[in-house]
Design a protein around this ligand. Structure first.
Ligand code: NAD
Length: 291
């Protein structure tokens, strides 16, 4: 079997076009654009690229994107003061604090201060609780992107066996909730799981969110499974002095067995920012509706 490639770049483009239409309608109705404020503390190079992309893509779909860049030595109190200002600003619909934060700032303390209705990353405990209760909420962007890719693949989730590798609050746990909401039978695997290959072989849908290059091998995957690779790992290309990105899945081996698979790069990654833009529009609509 040769797997169908689930093209996240293309699907993200379609989603961005949809969001752009929604933004135009929002502006026509409310006389202002939805607003997304992204906060970056410090000079982590990967975070700089991610936040610049978020701001740029927001602007491309007509969202008012603002990037707040704070120095690495910013205190927690200073960040808290900025968040209080953004929370109170009616033109701000979405607030995103880029992770990781410098050591002097407590991540959870800060994230918990973002008003849940502006929490476009979906990390606030209120949003996590709503998601776990099967109620409308702002859903974390990466697992939301995974679900859209599964939908695009036409994957039948009701009754399917799904295995999610990774139990982070950002990917693994919300992915579990979203799959469960679609009536899949879901197992979460993690670093202490015994005989992971055997567990994975039971999966009709396999989501890998680990951060270990090419950990999932061809013989871990059942024939005809749908494989979503969330991992982004930079590895050296031997003898060239260069690096490349690979996922958590050994793509070539797994593509021979799977019915569908996401590539890295170009799979889940592009969907994450597109879903952030969608979340900003969702948050803006919900905030005006709540008035
Ligand atoms: P994390 O480090 O918070 O969590 C990793 C999880 O993997 C943990 O729950 C851990 O228990 C599990 N794990 C570690 N070693 C394992 C092993 N040997 N066997 C089974 N499970 C193991 O990471 P995260 O934030 O969830 O991110 C996971 C990966 O996804 C990373 O590569 C990250 O870069 C990538 N990521 C991609 C996007 C995207 O937009 N595509 C977004 C977020 C994260």
């Amino acid at each position: 079997m040769t797997a169908q490639i689930l093209d996240g770049k293309q699907l993200a483009e379609t989603l961005r076009a949809e969001v752009k239409r929604g933004v135009l309608a929002f502006v026509a109705e409310h006389g202002r654009a939805p607003g997304l404020d992204v906060v970056l503390v410090g000079e982590d190079p990967a975070s700089q690229v991610y936040t610049r992309n978020k701001e740029k893509q927001a602007k491309e779909v007509g969202i008012r994107g603002t990037l707040h860049t704070l120095p690495a030595e910013t205190t927690e109190a200073e960040l808290v003061a900025l968040l209080a200002r953004l929370n109170a600003d009616d033109a701000v619909d979405g607030i995103l604090v880029q992770l990781p934060l410098p050591k002097q700032i407590r991540e959870q303390t800060v994230l918990d201060l973002i008003r849940p209705e502006k929490d476009v990353d979906g990390f606030h405990p209120v949003n996590a609780g709503l998601l776990a209760s099967g109620r409308p909420s702002l859903v974390p962007c990466t697992p939301r992107g995974c679900m859209k890719l599964l939908e695009r693949a036409g994957t039948k989730l009701a009754g399917a066996r799904a295995v999610v590798i990774g139990r982070s609050n950002i990917v693994g746990k919300p992915a579990l909730q979203l799959l469960l909401a679609e009536s899949a039978t879901v197992t979460i695997a993690h670093s202490r799981t015994k005989d992971l290959p055997a567990l994975c072989r039971e999966a009709d849908v396999l989501v890998a969110a680990v951060g270990r290059p090419e950990m999932v091998r061809g013989d871990w995957v059942k024939d005809g499974a749908v494989v979503i690779d969330v991992g982004i790992n930079r590895v050296e290309v031997p003898g060239t002095g260069k690096t490349r990105l690979v996922g958590d899945v050994a793509y070539d081996e797994v593509a021979e067995r799977a019915a569908a698979i996401t590539p890295v790069p170009g799979g889940v990654g592009p969907m994450t920012i597109a879903c952030l833009l969608e979340n900003t529009l969702v948050a803006a609509r919900a905030r005006v509706a709540a008035r």
